[in-house]
Structures are given as structure tokens and as C-alpha cells.
Design a protein around this ligand. Structure first.
Ligand code: BG6
Length: 483
């Protein structure tokens, strides 16, 4: 096999996202032998930097000893250029084709990673398409573009952006990142659901009472308030990350594991969800507590902002499998915990002949994405001892740290970048999927933007507004008795 001439271009290389996420992810892949040893990683941005200065800027963000960092940094160079006009782009194209010319007859791969705000995507993609598209015709050559949310603010702005990008690149070249799809347990959810015989007969409205998908962070906006305030928690986390998880929980088994077969099923299930109704929503915003600042104390947040930093919404999937089962998506910043998990709660056991209240002893399957990946099943067992007929809730527990000691679970970003290099779009969001997800939340987002819904204050470090517990209770969620 002829070797691949791989060039990765990081657009916005001098920015925060690039040094925090993109370069460390690339270094992880490089250190673990997933990038060809001749890979070239070209940073592109407006700031005047030399290769040397870029490397100095990146070095503290990388991992390993000095030698390991340098081994990676040797592959990193910098091209300064503008996002408007032609000059910068022509310079970049010169570097790329100059290099590709040396690999005569070899396939070439170009990965354009946009570590830039979406507002400049149209301009940048059009520059790239016009000036940096001279890929050699060698068989096996490819050019792919990675972009990341926010993809618009609602259905129509997202469609507008998709239309512009779609004019420039076909769907097969566009890789839309939702980094939750790169998480080990999100991917595992798919395998767990469709590979286990014992799950399939119960995975429906007959046995499942409610589903809860929760995202909690124990810190506030931390200086990201400017960005956050224009989006809010629904656009930041719920419309994308949590909705993607919901799709995995609720989708039908795909025809095959071909990326498009999987994404077809995800779109189908998302399209079964009606837009969120206002009485199925609780919003919140954190306030100062215990020496921690409130949301509007963040100097980057406009004073008096009503942007929600917490939201709980109940969705219904109107199809044969799920009709009537509430799915509660809950996300908040500055809460008491940092956690992302999915909780599938079953109905109470009928004709319960043992002691105890079956209403408060529910089978529950929990998939914890972070921290400490785990899957556990709450099970009712005999309370150990001489008493008969007495039972208790216990756990069948698959804790990844214990079960796979020493196995490194890679972060989402390296995984997704590697998928893009391999041309696997399974864990990237297709345009119709994005549209279906926006359709669910758009009327609600407009109501929120118009200030039509109450935003309940909750203290920094608390569980969020108590109204959210009421929403969960209405969805049928029951707190299991402790053992
Ligand atoms: C991002 C959001 O997409 O996801 C952030 O913009 C959030 O606000 C982050 O903090 C959470 O990601 P993770 O991987 O830390 O759970």
C-alpha cells in the first residue's frame, strides 16, 4: 500500500480552542501511533507567529516529557493569513501542494479543522473551496472539513448555515462534531442496546416508566459568559449533546452499522418527537452562594440577563415503542456535582409478594458517561440474613475502572479526529439529524428568548431549582429507597 500524505490544517491555530482541544487531541493520536510519521500539521490564523512561537505556545498544553512534546511539535508549522481575500489562502495552498507534489503517486489526505466561531464558517469555507481545493487526483485522496457547534441558533439559522456550507461541500466531506458522540459510553450505549438479548424485550413502553438524561457541572461560566449568554443551556448542551444521547436510547436497531444506516434511524426517532411544550419545561439561573459568584456577577455576562443556566425539559417520542414514556433531559451549570448519566427506570413489579413497597423499588439501568464510566442495574434481591421474604435494592455493577484496570479511555476529540481521518462519519451529525434536533427545541427557544417563561433562581452549588424535581415526579420518576 502506498503511504498517505496526510496534512492537517488547524484553522484558528492561535486561538483558545485550538490550543486547549485540537492540538492536545492531535498529540494524543500522534503519541499513540495513530498518525503517519510523516504527518504535517499546519496552523493557520491571522496572528503573526513563527513556527517557533506557535510551538512555544502549544508546548505547555501538551502531555509527556520534553522529548515527547518536541517529537510532536516538529510536525507543527504555521502559516499566517487572513480569512478574507486570496493572499493568505494562496499561501496555504502553496504549502499544501508543495508538500503533496513530493509524494508523487501517493494518495493525499487533507483535513481542515475549523477551530473558529461558526460566524466565520461561510467565509472560511468559501476561501478554502476557492483557493485550497487543489487535491491531487491520485486514487484514495480525500479532503474533509471538521466543524463544530453552535450550528445556528434555531431551525432557520441552522438551515441557512447548512445551506451555505452545503453549496461548497457535499455532506460526505463535512464532519460536524458533537463531542458527546465521541465519548466511550455514548458509543457503548449503542452496542449495549443492540447486542444484549436480555434488554430488547423490556426496552419499550410496556416495561419502562421514564428515562432521565442528566448533565451537571459544578462550575459556572468561568469567563465564558460572553459566549454562553448568547446561547443559554438549551442550545449549549441539551439540543445537541443530550438529544444525541436520547437518540441512542430511543432509536430502532439499524439495518447495519454503516454510518448512514445508523444515522437514518437516529433521524427517524428524532422526527417522532413533538416540539417541547412550555408546561414541560423548568428553567433556572444560578445565584451567588457560599462565596461563589452568581451568573450575572460574571463580568462577561450582560447585567440583568435572563439566560437560563439550567433547564429540565420533558419530551415524548410518539411511536409504537415509546408512546407516553417521558424522557426528561436535564442540564445545569454551577450545581452540586459534575456528572453525565442516563437513567432508565422501569415500572413497578406487579403482584409484589415480598415485603416493602414496590413503587419505591424500581429496576433502573444507569449508564454513567462521566466521571468514572460505569453501567449499573438496580436490582431487587433478598436482603442477606435469616429473614425470609425481605428484600432490598442492590446493584449489578460494571465499573470500567475496576473491570478494565489500566485501560486508557481516550477523550472524545482524539477519537473523532481519528474517525475523520479514516473517513468514518458514524459519530458525526448529519444535516437532517441536525434539522430534526432543532425542530424539537425551536419554538421553546423562541419563547425563552422572548422572556415568556419563568427563570427560577437557584444557589450556586445546589441541586438546581426545586421545580425541576416536581417535573421529574410528574414524569413518573421515583427515588428508589436506599438499601
Ligand atoms: C460543551 C459546552 O459543548 O460541552 C460546555 O459548550 C460544556 O458548556 C461542555 O461545559 C461539557 O463537555 P464535557 O465533555 O466536559 O462534559
Amino acid at each position: 500500500e502506498k503511504k498517505l500524505c496526510l496534512s492537517i490544517v488547524v484553522l484558528g491555530a492561535s486561538g483558545d480552542l485550538a490550543s486547549k482541544k485540537t492540538y492536545p487531541a492531535l498529540q494524543f493520536l500522534f503519541r499513540n501511533g495513530f498518525l503517519p510519521h510523516n504527518v504535517s500539521i499546519i496552523g493557520y490564523a491571522r496572528s503573526p507567529l513563527t513556527d517557533h512561537q506557535l510551538r512555544d505556545k502549544l508546548r505547555p498544553r501538551l502531555s509527556g516529557g520534553e522529548e515527547e512534546r518536541d517529537a510532536f511539535l516538529k510536525h507543527c508549522t504555521y502559516v499566517q493569513g487572513d480569512y478574507v481575500g486570496s493572499q493568505g489562502w494562496q499561501g496555504l495552498e502553496g504549502v499544501l501542494s508543495g508538500r503533496e507534489g513530493k509524494y508523487h503517486g501517493c494518495p493525499c489526505g487533507r483535513l481542515y479543522y475549523l477551530a473558529l466561531p461558526p460566524s466565520v464558517y461561510p467565509q472560511v469555507c468559501s476561501g478554502l473551496k476557492t483557493y485550497c481545493d487543489a487535491l491531487p487526483k491520485t486514487e484514495g485522496s480525500w479532503l474533509r472539513v471538521i466543524v463544530e457547534k453552535p450550528f445556528g441558533r434555531d431551525l432557520s439559522s441552522s438551515e441557512e448555515l447548512a445551506e451555505v456550507l452545503g453549496q461548497l461541500y457535499p455532506e460526505s466531506q463535512l464532519y460536524r462534531i458533537d463531542h458527546y458522540l465521541g465519548k466511550e459510553m455514548a458509543q457503548n450505549l449503542f452496542v449495549m442496546r443492540f447486542a444484549n438479548m436480555f434488554l430488547s424485550p423490556v426496552w419499550n413502553r410496556n416495561c419502562i416508566s421514564n428515562v432521565q438524561i442528566t448533565f451537571k457541572e459544578d462550575f459556572g461560566t468561568q469567563g465564558r459568559g460572553g459566549y454562553f449568554d448568547t446561547f443559554g443551556i438549551i442550545r449549549d448542551v441539551i439540543q445537541n449533546h443530550l438529544t444525541q444521547l436520547l437518540a441512542f436510547v430511543a432509536m430502532e436497531k439499524p439495518l447495519s452499522i454503516h454510518p448512514d444506516d445508523i444515522r437514518d434511524e437516529k433521524v427517524k426517532v428524532l422526527r417522532c418527537i413533538q416540539p417541547v411544550q412550555e408546561h414541560h419545561v423548568v428553567l433556572g439561573q444560578y445565584t451567588a452562594a457560599d462565596g461563589q459568584p452568581g451568573y450575572t456577577d460574571d463580568p462577561t455576562v450582560p447585567s440583568g440577563s435572563k439566560t437560563p443556566t439550567f433547564a429540565a425539559v420533558t419530551l415524548f417520542v410518539d411511536n409504537d415503542r415509546w408512546s407516553g414514556v417521558p424522557f426528561v433531559l436535564k442540564a445545569g451549570k454551577a450545581l452540586n456535582d459534575r456528572k453525565a448519566e442516563i437513567r432508565v427506570q422501569l415500572r413497578p413489579t406487579p403482584h409484589f409478594v415480598f415485603g416493602g413497597n414496590p413503587e419505591r423499588m424500581r429496576n433502573e439501568l444507569v449508564v454513567r458517561l462521566q466521571p468514572d464510566e460505569a453501567i449499573y442495574l438496580k436490582m431487587i434481591v433478598k436482603r442477606p440474613g435469616l429473614e425470609t421474604g425481605d428484600c432490598a435494592i442492590s446493584e449489578l455493577d460494571l465499573d470500567y475502572g475496576k473491570r478494565y484496570p489500566g485501560v486508557v479511555i481516550p477523550d472524545a476529540y482524539p477519537r473523532l479526529i481519528l474517525d475523520a481521518i479514516r473517513g468514518d462519519q458514524q459519530h458525526f451529525v448529519r444535516r437532517d439529524e441536525l434539522r430534526a434536533a432543532w425542530a424539537i427545541f425551536t419554538p421553546l427557544l423562541h419563547a425563552v428568548d422572548e422572556g415568556r417563561l419563568p427563570v427560577h433562581p437557584y444557589p450556586y452549588g445546589s441541586r438546581g431549582p426545586p421545580e425541576a424535581d416536581e417535573l421529574l415526579a410528574r414524569a413518573g420518576f421515583v427515588q428508589n429507597l436506599d438499601y
